[in-house]
Design a protein around this ligand. Structure first.
Ligand SMILES: C[S@@+](CC[C@H](N)C(=O)[O-])C[C@H]1O[C@@H](n2cnc3c(N)ncnc32)[C@H](O)[C@@H]1O
Length: 297
């Protein structure tokens, strides 16, 4: 059984490391609830970045790396030539296959179980790579993001020269001020911030791997969990919590205390005010950032 606590106390030997589904989330289990609250927000930004390729959008072969339940693939599949959707979790892939069955039968999308750290694709197989909210699961924050750099190297390998990479990530500021419920659980909040490479570091890793920057874009009005996000009582519901892997970082004692706090705020009539106070900056800073880059060469 993998847990955040176990991971943090046992440094990994890179020579023997095998990718877990996530360094903290159990995606085979949460895949059943994942689409209840999660949405493919910002897919128009991905399309805008891909449109910067010298080839027409409709001719691009795209890799959806860490595709999860296929929400982003579904948003892109009718606009590009072909998608290869890859994920480590069988549960997430099963949801993606069910969602995109018609497109798979039409030869527009293929599914692959595998790790983004060792992509099962030939050099130069793709015109573009889209990766959405995945790399914070690599569990390498304590090792200067060694696996994130490996993954970026893999993207450079499978992209043709001029190929476009779009990484959907969170800035440290967004983690601090754009997820109101993180304030209920200070320990897990510290962990999630540690797991996300700061944007400046991410841009440096991209440059080191031969990518040229094409800009960073924030869909300020997009909310990853849609309307469910603002529900102050949401944390009381496991299906609601399964929409954000953050909750897998919350240990049992901290979770119990957080849920008690939600109930107490609710009983006192202060829950909506708590949500509003800790969500005040989100509408101007957004929850996610798309970092776009082009493979040089
Ligand atoms: C937060 S979910 C995002 C899913 C999807 N990209 C989306 O935005 O809807 C993270 C996904 O990354 C996958 N994942 C984590 N580590 C991975 C790895 N090393 N290789 C491939 N997929 C991985 C998980 O199984 C999960 O489906």
């Amino acid at each position: 059984m993998w847990s955040a606590a176990l991971f943090l106390k046992n440094p990994i030997n890179p020579a023997t490391w095998e990718p877990p589904l996530s360094s903290f989330e159990k995606y085979d289990e949460t895949s059943h609830h994942y689409d209840t609250t999660r949405q493919a927000v910002g897919s128009e930004i991905i399309l805008g970045c891909l449109a910067g390729h010298e080839k027409p959008l409709s001719e691009l072969r795209v890799l959806d790396a860490g595709c999860g339940t296929g929400a982003y693939s579904a948003a892109l599949v009718d606009r590009v030539a072909h998608i290869d959707a890859l994920d480590l979790s069988q549960g997430m892939l099963a949801q993606a296959r069910a969602k995109l069955d018609a497109q798979a039968r039409a030869g527009r999308i293929g599914f692959h179980q595998g790790s983004i750290t060792e992509l099962p694709f030939d050099n130069g197989a793709f015109d573009a790579v889209s990766i959405n909210q995945v790399v914070h699961h690599l569990g390498d924050a304590g090792e200067n993001f060694v696996r994130l750099r490996q993954v970026i190297g893999e993207f450079a390998r499978v992209l043709r020269p001029g190929g476009i990479l779009v990484m959907n990530h969170c800035s440290q500021e967004q983690l601090r001020d754009a997820y109101w419920y993180y304030r209920l659980t200070p320990n897990a909040y510290g962990e999630v911030r540690r797991n996300f490479a700061p944007l400046e570091a991410l841009r440096g890793f991209l440059e080191d791997a031969g990518f040229a920057p094409r800009g960073s874009f924030v869909p300020v009005d997009a909310i990853c969990q849609g309307a469910a996000y603002s529900d102050g009582r949401g944390p009381l519901d496991k299906a609601w919590r399964d929409g954000d892997s953050f909750w897998a970082l919350v240990e049992a004692q901290e979770l119990a205390a957080a849920l008690d706090r939600v109930r107490a705020l609710d009983d006192a009539g202060n829950l909506d005010a708590f949500v509003a106070e800790h969500d005040a900056r989100r509408p101007s800073i957004g929850q996610i950032t798309f970092v776009c880059a082009a493979r040089s060469g």
